[in-house]
Design a protein around this ligand. Sequence first.
Ligand code: FAS
Ligand code: PHB
Length: 398
Amino acid sequence: MKTIKTQVAIIGAGPSGLLLGQLLAKQGIDNIILERVTGDYVLGRIRAGILEQGFVNLVREAGVDARMDAEGEIHDGFEIAINGECTYINLKELTDGQVVVCYGQVEITRDLMEARAAAGLQTYYEASEVQPLDVKSGQPAITFTHGGEQYRLECDYIAGCDGFHGVSRKTIPSDVRQEYERIYPFGWLGVMSDTPPVSPELIYCRHERGFALASRRSATRSRYYIQVPLSDRVEDWPDEVFWDEFKTRLPPDAAARLVTGPSIEKSIAPLRSFVCEPMQYGRLFLVGDAAHIVPPTGAKGLNLAASDVATLYRIMTRVYRDNDPDCITQYSDIALRRVWNGERFSWWMSNMLHDFRGTENEFFSRMAESELRYYLASEAGQKVIAEQYVGLPYEALK
Ligand code: FAS
Ligand code: PHB
């Protein structure tokens, strides 16, 4: 077995792991990333598209903002439609100037991967049998296999950035872990197409036939979603059937502008809310989807991963720069306060915008529509939605 060493071992080369690795390296903190699949496979996952200001600031701090600034789109607001009747949520006005940036997760991940390679930072792609060890001791380690060789990575700390299906969360003993979950009774059919988007900003649609979301990746690439039953398969949705249904759920003006075309990606994702407490165990820290999942209705998944990264990065900086190892005890409590706030907003947006008939009773649907109308009808209500959508400020360390 070959022994290698680093200060912070990172499991996972998704956005969490790559962003953390870049920020730590900027502070001179040595780190190695272990990733189960190839870099191309990671880049093949179509996921998020909306970045909170906090995320944008972190990307800038990591020195990986050039393409985001050049190609990302600043969105001052978005529409919420109820059966075709639109209300504009003016983020910029309602939050004293805060906005969001529309820039695909794939692009951010690509930028981070390229920056990491350019900096000569070590990433083991296609690492298998990754296993954290002795996380409660002062010398944790990770064993893994790479290129047919066995390795032991000795480190000071382990960042579990390995997503919902990773190994890190399971390293916390089941009698220590408390998991909270809600599975939604529907999924999202997502379509990517090289067609001009129906709107310069996003449109979230509550419709009697089900939820729809008109998003985008650029002026020539659209990202669209519709709520579908969990029993549906992609094969049930040939392009023309999708376009007809999507058009029906859009507000009339947007429907009239819809340009259809061949899908270049089509998939169905289930929706769940999930939180694991605590988010740390000894010198192992859970980051991003390894610790929590939200339904994408609030555009929070990637953004909550970023706030975890921000907290852990600041803690590691204090440990190594200010020689304050005790501050690691703050991570889980700080991260969870923002995670639960993001969980609540994502759960609320999902309840307000989806059709629950057939799973909840008609009374629930009438309550949800009435509550959404109440929020949209008042500046105070719109302000609540806007503050949550742009993201609350990151909590400082004590
Ligand atoms: P990730 O899952 O992205 O990355 C984890 C990495 O760890 C992966 O590369 C994986 O291969 C690796 N890994 C796993 N196990 C390992 C092991 N044992 N050893 C080594 N490596 C291992 N969020 C939004 O904000 N908006 C959206 O619209 C949105 N849509 C989504 C659609 C889908 C289908 C999914 C699944 C998620 C979506 N999300 C969305 C959430 C998504 O963006 C996540 O929040 C984001 O990918 C989190 O990033 P990471 O925490 O890095 O986890
Ligand atoms: C996306 O563009 O993929 C996207 C945007 C906002 C959401 C969900 C998905 O709430």
